[in-house]
Every structure is written in structure tokens, then in C-alpha cells.
Design a protein around this ligand. Structure first.
Ligand code: HEM
Length: 498
């Protein structure tokens, strides 16, 4: 099952691949599991394979801050209590674990930044080369391109509003965020807004993510039989993603060898490591482009969609957020880069949406050395646990008796200061936390504010939030009705791109 690998320097790396908790947690029996365990099969009664995260949230809320689930011989430990999750965030004792869904993405994303094992040399190399692509200066450079993509969204929404049609929120947010990362990072235009259906890149990506999620719940021995059709489709999806990425890279190489764009793709192709002079290989660049195109849009799209859902159904929150936009931006046509970070309340709306539905809802941590979690659970070196951020964000000890309630003031500065560290983790933790955090927050705050300034948002009367899962979370079937606010016209603050 588990193999131990040698690192380039000769040190022994942690074992990789799937390791059941039986091997790493000598006192596993102290950790509760669902009561009705079926011999051989495990905790399969009442399981809904398409919503594994919400299943775990339901089960975990009943079992307590640390629990385990077993399916087809795989035993997995989950942690959601704030105190234990805080320990797992200690970088001296724990590191990212590439397991479950993340490991299932390796055939697509290989040793790209998100899926790289900690010991793989390409992680540090790519991290050091790409991190400056998320500096303040770099972000200010992306801002006009973000406005352009948002302008395409509002053109579409203006037409839908004028026609009295409800808009498909997750569908359109996905178009927007794909265009944004593709143009800012890679100078590529997918033309998503010229299409009625999702771009085939998105369809292939959703296929691959859903397949990776299914691999978690199907026993490996049965996968060749149960997933035969799905495997074929997944191979076709991956081939499509690779082809698309190769075209994007080839177009850049053909267009210009001068490196004048200064975007992520230029950094990948042109920049050498500042100390070692080493460069990313062609194969690794392919992995990084796929990684950034996928990681750079799917989760932000979900975050925007959840935030719009909560705004539309809470008139008080919506009015307060809009007042802030009107006050801070006034009629200024395209808001400047610096004006986005001033929208403190809009940002709180976003944070609160990510609290309830962190769109990357879980991440895993492994012990760097033998240790004892919470003083009672011994873990061997390499043993790992899933941090269920979606439930950590509902721990009543931290978030109060009504954690389900949407209340952006939980993120007012005094409230944030009163909470312990590591209780809000939508972007993961430590050295392997999200490199695109500032990018996502800038983009999402900007877009929410543009939409608040331009439209009245109304929910569809019968809509009840349903959350779809494909490793990431997304509201299903969310549609909103819109009316243009203010006086339309090219010279006022409500015009295109404003
Ligand atoms: C709201 C939006 C986003 C959320 C919720 C999110 C969440 C996360 C989380 C939880 C991780 C850590 C995963 C783990 O520990 O296994 C992560 C890593 C990562 N994210 Fe994001 N992300 C978002 C947006 C972005 C954007 C916009 C980009 C790129 C432009 C991006 C690129 C990455 C990359 C490359 C990593 C791997 C970093 C590393 O291991 O060095 N993400 N993200």
C-alpha cells in the first residue's frame, strides 16, 4: 500500500499514496465512528455518494470534534473542532497531506503547485517563481483586465434584466472567473460570454473534478468495473484539458518571445529561480497552467455565487453593502485598484459566505513526526487527518449557538480579534495555503460591488439553497432576478465597466 520514497538529498520522505488510518493512529478506537458499521463495507448506511462533504458534516456534528469514517476498508480521520484544527495548523508538527481528492487529481495536475507532494522539488521551484505574480504590483496590473471581464458579465446581465429573465448565477460566475484568470494569468480569451453553454474547458474540468471525487467513494478493486465508462470519459476530459493548455502555451511562444506580458505564463516560461537559476520544465509548465486555470476560477465562482445568494435573500445586509459601495465609490466610473480594499463590509459578506460554504471545503494535514493530537490521540509520522473546514466554521465554541446564521458582522475587526487563531480556514493553512488568496478576494470584492451598484437582486421565491459537490462546493440551480438601478447611460457611474 504505502511506499517510502527517497528525496533527492537522500533524506527519507514521508510515504505517499493512500494510507488508511489503521496504520498511522495506534489508538484509533478512541475516535468515534457512526454507530451502524457494516462488516467489510464500513460506514455505508445512509451515505450519499454525491455529497460526501455534507455527509461528513452531518455525521461529524453528531460524533464530535474528531471522528472517523470507514468505507471499503479505508478508514479516514476527520477533525473539525477548533482546538484540534488549531493544532493541525502548527507547521512545526504538521504539513499538507496530498490525499483523497487532491491525490486523485495527480493524473491531471501532477507535481503542479496544488497537487505536488511536499518533498517534490518542483513545488519550491514553482512557488518561488510564481509568488511574485501575486504581489501588490502584479494585482494592480490585473485590475483593469478584471474590470473588462466584469464588463462582459454586466453586458449580459443588462440584457437579461431588460428581457425580464432570471440569471443563472453559478453558470455566469464561472464564465466570469474563467475569463478573469485566463486573461490575467495567460493572456487568453476563452470567449465564454459569447457562448450560451459552458466552454468545453469547463465541462471537461467539471468532469475531471467529479471523477476525482467519485474515486474516493468507489473501492479501488471495483473501480475498473464500476467506473469503466467514467474512466473513459475522464481520459477524454484530461486529453481535452491538456490540448487546450498546449494551445495556450504554443500561442504565447509563437506570438512573442520578449516576455513583455509580465503575467503568470511569462513567469512560467521566462523566469529562472532567483537563487538557483533553475527553470520550470515544459511538462511542469503544462501542469501549472492546468492547475491555475482550474484552481484560479472554480472556487472563486462558488464564493461569488454563495455571496450573491445570501445578499439577495437578506435585504438588510444588501442595503448596508450597497450603501458602502455608493459611499466609497460614489459615481466614480471604473473603480481604481485602491478603492476595492476600502469596501470593508462587502469583504465581510464574502468572508461570511466563505465561512458557511468554504468552496474548497476540506484539506488534509499529516504529522511530520510521531506526535499526540490533543494530548490523547497518538499519531505516527505520516499519519494524516482531514480538516473539515465547513464544519470547523460552524464550531459553536467559536461561532456561538447559531452558527448557521448568516451575519457578516462576525468579521468586524473586534469580533475577529476576539477569536482564537486558525478558526477560519477557507484558504487552507501554512506554506501550502492558497497562493491566489489576494487575487480571489480582490476579484470577488470588486465583482460583488459592481453588481450591487448596478442591480437590485431578488431571489426566486421558491428557491432553497442546495449545495452541489465536485470536490468544490457550488450552489445548485441558483437563479436571481435583476433590475437595473439608477439612470443608465455611458457617462454615469453605472455604465459598462463601472
Ligand atoms: C475563493 C477562492 C479560493 C479558495 C476558497 C481557495 C482555496 C484554497 C485552499 C483551501 C488551498 C489549500 C489546499 C490544501 O491544503 O490542500 C488552496 C491552494 C491553492 N490555490 Fe486556492 N483558493 C481560491 C482561489 C484561488 C485562485 C484565484 C488561485 C490562482 C489564481 C488559486 C490557486 C491555488 C494554488 C496554486 C494552490 C496550491 C498552493 C500550494 O500548495 O503551494 N486559488 N486554495
Amino acid at each position: 500500500m504505502a511506499q517510502t520514497t527517497r528525496q533527492p538529498g537522500g533524506a527519507t520522505a514521508l510515504p505517499k499514496g493512500f494510507r488508511g488510518a489503521e496504520l498511522g493512529w495506534p489508538q484509533l478506537r478512541r475516535i468515534p465512528h457512526p454507530p451502524r458499521r457494516v462488516p467489510l463495507l464500513g460506514d455505508v448506511l445512509g451515505v450519499r455518494p454525491r455529497t460526501p462533504i455534507q455527509d461528513s458534516m452531518r455525521i461529524g456534528a453528531g460524533l464530535g470534534p474528531i471522528f472517523r469514517r470507514k468505507a471499503f476498508g479505508k478508514e479516514i480521520v476527520f477533525v473539525w473542532g477548533a482546538r484540534l484544527a488549531g493544532e493541525l495548523a502548527d507547521e512545526a508538527r504538521f504539513a499538507k497531506h496530498v490525499g483523497l481528492g487532491v491525490a486523485n487529481l495527480r493524473p491531471m495536475a501532477g507535481d503542479g503547485l496544488f497537487t505536488a507532494y511536499n518533498h517534490e522539488p518542483n513545488w519550491q521551484l514553482a512557488h518561488d517563481i510564481l509568488a511574485p505574480g501575486f504581489s501588490r504590483d502584479a494585482m494592480a496590473g490585473y485590475h483593469p483586465l478584471m474590470l473588462d471581464a466584469a464588463g462582459q458579465l454586466t453586458d449580459r446581465w443588462d440584457a437579461e434584466a431588460a428581457a425580464g429573465r432570471a440569471v443563472d448565477v453559478p453558470g455566469d460566475m464561472t464564465k466570469l472567473t474563467l475569463e478573469t484568470i485566463a486573461r490575467t494569468g495567460f493572456g487568453h480569451d476563452f470567449g465564454s460570454f459569447e457562448r450560451t453553454r459552458p466552454h468545453p474547458f469547463v465541462t471537461a474540468m467539471v468532469g475531471t473534478l467529479s471523477y476525482a471525487q467519485r474515486r474516493n467513494v468507489v473501492p479501488p478493486a471495483l473501480a475498473p468495473v464500476l467506473l469503466r465508462g467514467a474512466e473513459r470519459r475522464n481520459a477524454a476530459d484530461m486529453a481535452y484539458l491538456n490540448r487546450t493548455v498546449d494551445e495556450v502555451v504554443a500561442a504565447r511562444r509563437a506570438a512573442d518571445a520578449s516576455g513583455a506580458h509580465g503575467d503568470l505564463l511569462d513567469r512560467m516560461l521566462e523566469v529562472a529561480h532567483p537563487e538557483t537559476g533553475e527553470r520550470l520544465s515544459a511538462e511542469n509548465i503544462r501542469r501549472q497552467v492546468i492547475t491555475f486555470l482550474v484552481a484560479g476560477h472554480e472556487t472563486t465562482s462558488g464564493a461569488l455565487s454563495f455571496a450573491l445568494h445570501y445578499l439577495a435573500r437578506d435585504p438588510g445586509v444588501l442595503a448596508r453593502a450597497r450603501d458602502e459601495v455608493d459611499q466609497v465609490w460614489g459615481d466614480a466610473a471604473p473603480p481604481a485598484y485602491e478603492q476595492v480594499a476600502k469596501l470593508r463590509y462587502v469583504r465581510r459578506v464574502l468572508d461570511e459566505s466563505l465561512r458557511l460554504w468554504p468552496t474548497a471545503p476540506a484539506f488534509s494535514r499529516e504529522a511530520r513526526d510521531d506526535t499526540v493530537l490533543g494530548g490523547v490521540h497518538p499519531m505516527r509520522r505520516g499519519a494524516w487527518a482531514v480538516v473539515l473546514a465547513a464544519l470547523l466554521h460552524r464550531d459553536p465554541e467559536v461561532w456561538g449557538e447559531r452558527p448557521e446564521e448568516f451575519d457578516p458582522d462576525r468579521f468586524a475587526p473586534a469580533a475577529v480579534r476576539s477569536r482564537p487563531a486558525h478558526v477560519f480556514k477557507p484558504f487552507g493553512t501554512g506554506a501550502r495555503a492558497c497562493i491566489g488568496r489576494q487575487f480571489a478576494l480582490h476579484e470577488a470584492t470588486l465583482v460583488l460591488a459592481l453588481l450591487l451598484r448596478r442591480y437590485d437582486l431578488r431571489p426566486e421565491p421558491d428557491y432553497r439553497l442546495r449545495v452541489g459537490e465536485r470536490l468544490t462546493l457550488m450552489p445548485r440551480g441558483l437563479r436571481l432576478r435583476l433590475t437595473r438601478r439608477g439612470v443608465p447611460g455611458p457617462s454615469d457611474g453605472y455604465a459598462r465597466g463601472a
